[in-house]
Design a binder for this molecule. Structure first.
Ligand code: SF4
Ligand code: SF4
Length: 500
């Protein structure tokens, strides 16, 4: 019997393939138009402030005395220290950084619940650098229409000259950004000189290239794709918003139905698409709340400018709560487009409720974390002692029958004070303290020198005489006294011996 042939289009795989729609969509290039207005001015001010802070902070000096770095903000990898003006964080105090991150997270939650995506639209580094790159692009290639024409036109000398100039300028900004990054980990003037003379280490060049490369890629090429596809924040920030949060909204109750400016019976939106053309993520705000909208508010400026030219009230696109939007829509529903409808809709608006359970919860959490951190910081000790008892062997039996335990004592001195400290032992009578290579200055007392801003380590022994009546484990306390004989710090441990 011959094999039955099945037409290709009836094969199961083909059926399955035909049923699955493509999940890939080509990128629609966005050509944001320049816009002027109050929000754009605020965004410029925030952008300049953020960039100035980032590029200039490594150059700020802070005198910490001889032998110490004089850079105000420095992550000193060699000496494992974080310097922030007068604050010096040691590796043991990394919990301060954790606390700062938690503080930042709660602050972000609180701001989002009050004002929507204020962080994304104004201060996120992706937004700030993309805005800067777009400014350069507009300066070299022209505004929206000129850029669209250039990309759609012939690949001639003008095209290549503009593209090379733009990418050259982007590369310079990216290099400055990568350069500033490495200055946070090295003394800025020194690393700048070493960088250009080729004396800097391989890792310095590596991190410079890494940071510069990502700046160029993310702010120049990926742009809105980072916010739409890569960043997790838009996915879960919706959980922080509610109907009382201020978000960028289109007042559809006032704008619809759209129509020409002189048409009868239409709303205020003249369908000019100015709001869409200025949007850096290519969003039409008239379609409602969208994940791609970063809340930058530029569409507000664009629409306000159109309304101003038409002599209509501004605020067709505005920062508004969804609650007010619904109230205005309900109040205006029965009225035809016109001033009466506008007045009814505006009258239904209420002052946003800033104090509500969600914001109280975030503010309380913020206050608790801030207070805990402040308390921990104020009570932070500048002198610590750690005692590590030898574990192998647990104890040593001496030739005269005595028992000896060995310990490593570390003095952690976070100040520049190098005055010696006196080590004493609080323990049952009979236990004797000795310190390797250090002469006693009295009965069971040893003067230990300490390194300024460093750790000093000693080998210390406690010995019990033969026949001492001690348990298997005896508590002991190592105490450090300052030069005036006052207790400076102490650490408890145990003295171990054989079973009685
Ligand atoms: S829709 Fe408006 S607020 Fe949202 S990203 Fe676009 S311009 Fe910014
Ligand atoms: S800018 Fe204002 S008037 Fe123009 S399309 Fe957008 S919402 Fe309508």
């Amino acid at each position: 019997m011959g094999e039955i042939k099945t037409p290709d289009k009836l094969k199961p795989e083909s059926v399955a393939e035909a049923a699955i729609p493509s999940l890939y969509a080509d990128r629609q290039r966005v050509y944001p138009k320049a816009v002027f207005g109050k929000i754009r001015s605020v965004k410029w001010a925030v952008l300049i402030l953020c960039l100035a802070l980032y590029y200039l902070v490594p150059w700020l000096r802070w005198d910490r005395g001889p032998g110490m770095p004089d850079q105000a903000v420095l992550v000193d990898m060699t000496n494992a220290r974080l310097f922030f003006f007068w604050i010096e964080i040691w590796p043991q105090e990394i919990y301060f950084l954790t606390g700062a991150l938690i503080l930042g997270a709660f602050a972000l939650f609180a701001v989002s619940s009050l004002f929507g995506r204020l962080w994304c639209g104004f201060t996120c580094p992706q937004t700030v650098w993309t805005d800067l790159f777009m400014f350069v692009e507009r300066w070299i290639e022209g505004d929206r229409n000129a850029r669209m024409k250039l990309d759609a036109g012939p690949r001639n000398g003008i095209y290549w000259a503009r593209k090379i100039a733009k990418h050259g300028a982007w590369a310079l900004i990216a290099a400055a950004t990568g350069g500033a990054w490495i200055m946070y980990f090295n003394d800025a003037p020194t690393i700048t000189r070493q960088f250009f003379t080729g004396e800097a280490g391989v890792m310095v060049y590596f991190f410079f290239a890494l940071f510069a490369g990502f700046t160029y890629l993310l702010a120049g090429w990926a742009r809105e794709q980072v916010c739409t596809y890569m960043c997790p924040w838009p996915r879960f920030q919706a959980a922080m918003l509610d109907e009382n949060s201020l978000v960028v909204t289109y007042h559809d109750w006032r704008g619809e139905p759209r129509g020409k400016a002189k048409a009868e019976g239409v709303g205020d939106c003249v369908d000019c698409a100015a709001c869409l053309h200025v949007c850096p993520t290519g969003v039409d705000i008239r379609d409602g709340q969208q994940l791609e909208c970063i809340g930058c508010g530029l569409c507000i400026d664009a629409c306000d400018s159109v309304m101003g030219k038409l002599g209509r009230p501004k605020g067709l696109v505005a920062f508004e709560t969804l609650k007010n939007l619904s109230a205005s829509a309900a109040a205006a529903a029965a009225l035809p487009p016109g001033p009466e409808r506008q007045q009814a809709g505006m009258a239904a608006r209420r002052v946003p409720r800033f104090i509500r359970p969600r914001t109280i919860m975030y503010a309380s959490a913020l206050a608790v974390v801030a207070l805990v951190m402040l308390g921990a910081f104020l009570m932070r000790s500048t002198l610590d002692v750690t005692v590590l008892r030898d574990r192998a062997p647990l104890f040593v039996r001496l030739s005269d029958g005595g028992i000896r335990n060995a310990y490593t004592v570390k003095i952690v001195n976070k100040t520049r004070d190098e005055a010696p400290l006196t080590l004493t032992l609080e323990a049952p009578a009979g236990l004797r303290l000795t310190v390797q290579d250090v002469e006693a200055i009295g009965e069971g007392r040893y003067a230990l020198s300490r390194r300024g801003d460093g750790i000093t380590q000693y080998r210390v022994f406690i010995t019990a005489p033969a026949g001492a009546r001690l348990g298997e484990s005896t508590p002991v306390t190592f105490r450090l006294l300052d030069s005036a004989g006052r207790p400076a710090t102490s650490q408890s441990s145990v003295f171990l011996g054989p079973k009685p």
